[in-house]
Design a protein around this ligand. Structure first.
Ligand SMILES: *Cc1c(COP(=O)(O)O)cnc(C)c1O
Length: 452
């Protein structure tokens, strides 16, 4: 039998985001000031973020209204489809039912636009005319460039040097939408200059690019900063994914036994699973939840749950999260969107409380899974999303062994049309199964800040 597509009508685009903070068994640890190491308040964050986003960051309300202009923009690509991957089930010869929610239908090609349009909207509403941000492989930068051009906001993007040089196409998108893009580390900021003085050939990292974007925002009154993952409000904006999926499972007359997502900073995973996890936390309906990360950047599976900085120059507040240490420079593996030293505090908190599980795969395993999926379902996945696919296939094969007919659902966070070099490298046999060495993890973790 063929694969099935479950589509919701436009008027089913969610009217409210879901805030999991309302349902947590215990609150997340407070965010600390980088200097005093005391809990920070809204005023400390005001130089960096729009006030409405700061309020959302700490809100305990279960639901937050999605402004109508944001819903209007969502209409361009939402609701996104949920598919039952029957052709993949057949190839795997599994009794499991496999579903995936596909966020690659957004014009930016990933889930990132869900928060980009919301963040641009709130900044515009508060009279902000300029935004800065960082981007790794360029998915976040290209989504925000589209959103800011809609709202008439100037955007400056610090793009991790190695991607700036090796992945020019997403830079091309950002520039087409009118953004200014600098390779990071750059000479535009003190943080960038300091790195370049020590390492003139630095290929950069997300941690360094964040330092640069934050520095510009902190030192200019008309400029704010935006982040594409990790923060509570970003994860919340992504919950449109899971809220739609719950309705689509109703249409399918099914409910997932296992939910799976890939984790870089944690936003697409959270957006997909949090509405289901909320039901579990409220005692309404149980579900198993698995986060999948790269073996080359294993914050959840090999990192430490501790207070750490979000950036390399230590300009950001301290957050309690699973981290590999802010000095971690990830190796150049091919899922650029998963190369961050830390993990969202909310995802970290849920793992610490055993509400979710975490596993890792190396990039050979993930490309194998992604190619198997592409051949069965006809969609070329982003290398990041291949981690979720690898997790789902592993679950489906377990069902084959046990004979159990479980319902498995994963989030397909984006398409891989700008990542074809990675696929070609895989076909050419020049990718290898890199794992982050234990001694380097120990070294980066030894530098964690001490907090009273
Ligand atoms: C950015 C990105 C990710 C990783 O970021 P999260 O915040 O963990 O979701 C995963 N998939 C795609 C397609 C991305 O663009």
């Amino acid at each position: 039998m063929d694969s099935i597509k479950y589509t919701l009508p436009e008027d089913r685009i969610p009217k409210r985001w879901y805030n999991i903070q309302a349902d947590l068994k215990s609150p997340v640890a407070p965010t600390l000031h980088p200097g005093t190491k005391q809990p920070i308040g809204p005023d400390d964050l005001a130089p960096l973020f729009a006030m409405e986003l700061i309020k959302q960051e700490v809100s305990q309300d279960r639901e937050i209204d999605i402004p109508e202009p944001v819903r209007d923009l969502y209409r361009q690509w939402r609701p996104t489809p949920l598919y039952r991957a029957r052709r993949l089930e057949k190839v795997l010869d599994t009794p499991a039912r496999i579903y995936y929610k596909y966020e690659g239908v957004s014009p930016a090609g990933s889930h990132k636009l869900n928060t980009a349009v919301a963040q641009a909207f709130y900044n515009k509403q508060e009279g902000i005319t300029k935004l800065t941000t960082e981007t790794g492989a360029g998915q976040w930068g290209s989504a925000l460039a589209m959103a800011t051009t809609f709202f008439g906001i100037d955007l400056t993007v610090f793009m991790v040097r190695v991607s700036y040089d090796q992945k020019p196409y997403r830079r091309g998108i950002m520039e087409t939408f009118g953004a200014r893009v600098f390779p990071s580390p750059s000479n535009e900021t003190e943080a960038g200059k300091a790195i370049l003085a020590e390492h003139p050939d630095s290929t950069g990292s997300l941690g360094i690019a964040i330092s640069e974007a934050v520095e510009i925002a902190a030192s200019s009154s008309d400029t704010k900063y935006t982040l594409g993952s990790v923060l509570n409000h970003v994860l919340m904006h992504q919950t449109v994914i899971g809220l739609e999926a719950i309705e689509q499972f109703d249409m399918a007359d099914d409910y997932p036994d296992v939910l799976i997502g890939c984790t870089g900073g944690g936003s697409n995973f959270s957006g997909f699973v949090f509405p289901f996890v909320g039901r579990k936390l409220r005692g309404e309906q149980d579900v198993r939840v698995v986060a999948v990360e790269p073996a080359a950047c294993p914050s959840l599976t090999r990192g430490k749950f501790a207070y750490d900085f979000g950036d390399t120059a230590h300009l950001t507040p301290l957050q309690k999260m699973y981290t590999l240490g802010s000095t971690f420079i990830p190796p150049g593996f091919h899922a650029g969107g998963l190369r961050y030293h830390g993990m969202a505090p909310l995802v970290s908190h849920l793992l610490d409380e055993d509400q979710i599980e975490a596993i890792s795969f190396n990039q050979m395993e993930t490309f194998e899974a992604g190619i198997q999926f592409a051949q069965a379902e006809g969609i070329l996945p982003a290398p990041e999303a291949n981690h979720a696919i690898a997790g789902a296939i592993a679950e489906a094969l377990k069902c084959k062994e046990s004979g159990e007919s479980k319902s498995i659902a994963f989030n397909l966070s984006g398409h891989g049309h700008f990542d074809l070099q990675a696929y070609m490298d895989y076909h050419a046999g020049i990718l290898h199964a890199y794992e982050y060495p234990a001694d380097e993890i120990a070294m980066a973790l030894a530098g964690l800040p001490s907090v009273g």
